[in-house]
Design a protein around this ligand. Structure first.
Ligand code: AMP
Ligand code: MG
Length: 322
């Protein structure tokens, strides 16, 4: 059994995996009363909830903690206070059970969980709050083929929603509003396989201040921002000659984004994999799942030798387990 811990941002989670089977996936999300995430408050949330989620996960998996072979920890990338809280909890448990820790890169875990859906060698379109990247395996590493040049797609959605008075998370609200809207042209920024949202954001605020109805803005911003992402992903598929696309990250819960990916893949004769919602959003099952792959390849460390890596890049990780 591998126990996984997710702690990189707003979500704290505990998952249990055994031979690629997911036995538990428990999570709890910190919600700011207003505004965006306050890292220290999110860390306090994690500290407060950790032990109870740990117990719930063991109960759900119906195992004793003595069955745990190693603890997989999302030690990178993320908000330092949140990562530290996860590390503290993982070290304490690993030391008391005399088992090692497997340091897992959160972005890579979003990709690896796509295998659970049947993908073999995919391109990942990773669309979360802070991260927006197009990642694929090439020459021994997961490489970032494209990414946002400014803010993540989710932060962009949340920022716009906050401007029109909707609290975090804004994505689901925008999806609902978009159903009532019609199209207006907006700035479309795609450079190679990189995207940028700041011009789009500025234009949206101008239009909102000029009393353009929010449903039209929501519809058009989805059509524009998602088209940029899907075109970047298509370029990566063409460049790498890969034939599979996996979606990951909270924004991938959006059915319009899923639909656009599906159409693009069909046109290119590529296979499209969209994990279930509980594996799309930040979750510990994907950390445990990736941890198990790494553990079997001998990638783990004594608890005291593991550290957090808030800024670790996807392509800094040596992928020796593939
Ligand atoms: P993550 O950082 O991966 O946990 O994802 C959180 C982000 O997903 C937030 O920015 C949310 O606004 C966004 N999100 C969640 N559900 C949806 C949805 N249905 N449509 C668009 N964005 C969403
Ligand atoms: Mg994530």
């Amino acid at each position: 059994m591998i126990l996984g811990i997710e702690c990189t941002a707003h979500t704290f989670g505990i998952g249990v995996v055994h031979n690629k089977k997911i036995l538990a996936n428990i999570r709890d999300m910190y919600r700011p009363e207003k505004g965006g995430i306050v890292p220290l408050d999110a860390a306090k949330h994690h500290q407060h909830i950790a032990l109870s989620l740990y117990q719930q996960a063991l109960d759900k998996a119906n195992i004793n903690e003595k069955n745990i072979k190693a603890i997989a920890l999302s030690n990178a990338p993320g908000l330092a206070p949140c990562l530290l809280e996860g590390l503290r909890f993982a070290q304490q448990k690993a030391q008391s059970l005399s088992i090692p820790i497997i340091p897992v890169n959160h972005c890579i875990a979003h990709l690896e969980i796509g295998q659970h859906e049947g993908a073999r060698d995919p391109v990942l379109l990773y669309t979360s709050g802070a991260n927006t990247q197009i990642i694929a395996f090439s020459s021994g590493k997961y490489r970032v083929f494209g990414e946002t040049l400014d803010i993540g797609i989710g932060n962009f959605l949340d920022k716009f929603a906050r401007h029109v008075g909707i609290p975090f998370p804004g994505g689901p609200f925008i999806e609902k509003e978009a159903k009532k809207g019609t199209y207006i042209e907006l700035p479309y920024t795609l450079k190679g396989m990189d995207v940028s949202f700041s011009g789009l954001y500025t234009k949206l605020i101008q239009l909102y201040n000029n009393k353009i109805p929010p449903p039209d803005l929501c519809f058009s911003l989805q059509e524009t921002a998602f088209a940029m992402l899907v075109e970047a992903a298509e370029r990566a598929l063409a460049h790498t000659e890969k034939k599979e696309l996996v979606l990951g990250g909270g924004v991938a819960c959006n059915t319009r984004l899923q639909e656009m990916c599906k159409v693009m893949c069909k046109e290119r004769k590529a296979r499209f994999f969209c994990p279930k919602k509980e594996f799309l959003i930040d979750n510990a099952a994907m950390i445990a799942y990736t941890g198990e792959l790494m553990f079997k390849a001998g990638v783990f460390s004594p608890p005291s030798q593991v550290n957090i890596e808030p800024r670790e890049r996807t392509d800094e990780v040596d992928v020796t387990w593939k």
